[in-house]
Structures are given as structure tokens and as C-alpha cells.
Design a protein around this ligand. Structure first.
Ligand SMILES: NC(=O)c1ccc[n+]([C@@H]2O[C@H](COP(=O)([O-])OP(=O)(O)OC[C@H]3O[C@@H](n4cnc5c(N)ncnc54)[C@H](OP(=O)(O)O)[C@@H]3O)[C@@H](O)[C@H]2O)c1
Length: 300
């Protein structure tokens, strides 16, 4: 499939001036030894081929930043790079101005680029945001031309604060069948304010894959929620139902699919090409959440 035949819709990332494809690659699964460089190359090639030209990584995803930088070397044009930081700089206390400044410089080097399109403060609490120092350092990186869009990644109270602050051009939060709470408040508010929204965990970690409750805490929580929702998928695959739900949720700019498998990425692109879910299906999914999911917090 060539990029020009991509079925992926293109959307403005809020009022940032960037345009994003409705599907990006969440590169959280390519940082470890279980994935080889050759596999990363194949995954990145598929992403570019289908038009999923948005790549989301983070300081905490092992070798993900370096590997993306290597795989995308010489192919930076037309690609959107997103990363997350705020911690993990040797000798620098986490969540300080210097941690942001050095974090941006480090990410520029690992990603082999002169400017990063979107940089998120990665799940820092509201108190850190309120102190102002990390936001100021991130905005300085924007003024210095190292970052295009200052962004926040997080949930609940901190996310609400970030949206209200007016400091960020984009936010990243969980949006999925099992993470619908954000669609009631934060996502519509962000959209109204011209703030882009990148939907993380868009399949809700695909809990339908597991017959028994999985051990990983985040996936186990998704599994519990999924069981409580009692959703029926009708004739669609679970992946298609979940991907179309998140990708076409009002206010969502793009979903970030976590996969190391090119076929899984292509399948989700194909599903998005089928467009929004039928209204009746959507209503039943929203009703299921209203019945069972009241009070569920955003999954970091
Ligand atoms: N900001 C944050 O704090 C934060 C937190 C979590 C996630 N994120 C972002 O969101 C991205 C996605 O999150 P996530 O990976 O936790 O959740 P996710 O995308 O909802 O689910 C990923 C899981 O679904 C499976 N999967 C993907 N496509 C599939 C398909 N077509 N068919 C069957 N299974 C499929 C993947 O396995 P396979 O590898 O086998 O495909 C993987 O185990 C991350 O990479 C990251 O960019 C950000």
C-alpha cells in the first residue's frame, strides 16, 4: 500500500498548526531486547507506508528513542516525532527546569533530529505543574526552536489543570472502550480550547486477548473494566471496534497504537479507513460505560 493511498484521515492537532494522521505508532513496545533493530525497521517502514507518520516515544521506553532515531535517519521529512520526558537525566533532579532542558537536548540527540514536533511532560503531578518551573523550561525549548509543541501527558486532576493552564498546545491521555471518562470532560474541553488530543492506550491494552485475568497491573485493570462493561462486538473484530471508537471520538486528533507487529498496525489502519462506528453501536458503548464505568479514573 503506498502512502498516497492511505486510508488514514489527516487532522489538525488543535491550533498548533501541525497536521497529524488519525493513527500514530506508540513506540512503547520497541525499546527492549525482545525486539530487534530489523523488526523496528520493518515496523517503521510499514508505518510510513500506510501513512501513520506520527511516532510517539518516551525517555522511559528503554531504547525506543534511539531506535526510532536510527530507523528514521534520512527520512525525517513528513514525519512527526513525539516524546515524553521530565526525569532520568543523570545528576539532575527529576521534574526540575534543568531536567526538562537537558531532557530535550538528550532526546534531540537520540532521535537524531534538530527539532522535536511534540514534547510532553510525562505524567508529572499537578503540584509539579503548578510550581511553573518545568512548564517554563519546556516553553523556553519551544522559543529556542528545539520543540514545536509543548504538551502534557497525564490523567484526571493534573490533566484538567494542564488544559486550563493554557500552556500546552496538545495533551495525551487514555481514550478507549475502558477509558471513556475523559470523553465526558477533558477531551471536549481541550477541543474547545484548540488543544490537540493524542489518545494513548487506544485499544485499552486489548484485554479481550486474555482468557484469565492477566498479571500486569495495567492490563489486569483493563481486563476488569472490560468484563464489567459487558460489551458485544457484533460483526466487527474487537480491534476494529476499539480502534474506531477511539480514533473517531470527538476531540481526539490521533490514536497512538502500541504494537511491535506491522500486521497489527496495518489492520488498525484498515479499520480506521472504514470510518466512524455506526451511531447505534457508539450509543451502546457509551451507555455501557455510563452504567458500569462511573468513577473510573484515567489509566496513566
Ligand atoms: N503517556 C503515557 O504515560 C502512556 C502510557 C501508556 C501508553 N502510552 C502511549 O500509548 C501507546 C499505546 O499504549 P499501550 O501499548 O499501552 O496500549 P494499546 O495500544 O491500547 O494496546 C497495545 C496492545 O494491544 C496489542 N495490539 C495492538 N494492535 C493489535 C491488533 N491489531 N490486534 C491484536 N492486538 C493488538 C499489542 O500487542 P502486539 O505488540 O502484539 O501488537 C499490545 O499488547 C504507547 O506505545 C505510548 O505511545 C503513553
Amino acid at each position: 500500500m503506498s502512502a498516497s493511498r492511505s486510508p488514514l484521515p489527516l487532522r489538525p492537532l488543535g491550533s498548533t498548526g501541525l497536521t497529524v494522521p488519525a493513527l500514530g505508532l506508540g513506540a512503547g513496545r520497541i525499546g527492549g531486547p525482545e525486539t530487534s533493530d530489523a523488526e523496528v525497521d520493518r515496523l517503521v517502514a510499514t508505518a510510513l507506508d500506510i501513512g501513520a507518520t506520527l511516532f510517539d516515544t518516551a525517555r522511559s521506553y528503554g531504547a525506543s528513542e534511539e531506535r526510532l532515531g536510527r530507523a528514521l535517519a534520512g527520512r525525517r521529512q513528513g514525519v512527526l516525532l513525539s516524546t515524553k520526558l521530565g526525569y532520568g537525566v543523570p545528576g539532575v533532579p527529576d521534574w526540575t527546569g534543568p531536567a526538562i532542558t537537558a531532557g530535550v537536548d538528550g532526546a534531540l540527540g537520540r532521535l537524531r533530529t534538530e527539532v522535536i514536533d511534540i514534547v510532553h511532560l510525562h505524567s508529572c503531578p499537578r503540584e509539579v505543574l503548578e510550581r511553573g518551573e518545568v512548564i517554563e523550561a519546556l516553553l523556553r525549548a519551544v522559543r529556542d526552536g528545539k520543540v514545536r509543541v509543548a504538551a502534557y501527558s497525564g490523567e484526571d486532576d493534573a490533566l484538567e489543570w494542564a488544559i486550563r493552564s493554557g500552556a500546552f498546545g496538545s495533551v495525551q491521555c487514555s481514550v478507549s472502550l475502558v477509558d471513556q471518562g475523559v470523553l465526558d470532560r477533558c477531551v471536549p474541553r481541550a477541543a474547545e480550547a484548540g488543544i490537540g488530543v493524542l489518545a494513548k492506550r487506544p485499544l485499552g491494552n486489548a484485554p479481550w486477548r486474555f482468557e484469565r485475568r492477566p498479571e500486569a497491573t495495567d492490563v489486569a485493570e483493563a481486563w476488569d473494566r472490560f468484563a464489567a462493561l459487558r460489551i458485544e462486538r457484533g460483526e466487527l473484530s474487537w480491534e476494529a471496534l476499539a480502534a474506531r471508537f477511539a480514533a473517531f471520538a470527538p476531540g481526539v486528533s490521533a490514536i497512538l497504537l502500541g504494537t511491535a507487529n506491522p500486521a497489527h498496525l496495518a489492520a488498525v489502519a484498515q479499520a480506521i479507513g472504514d470510518g466512524p462506528l455506526p451511531e447505534a453501536v457508539l450509543t451502546s458503548l457509551r451507555e455501557a460505560h455510563a452504567r458500569a464505568g462511573r468513577g473510573w479514573s484515567g489509566r496513566i
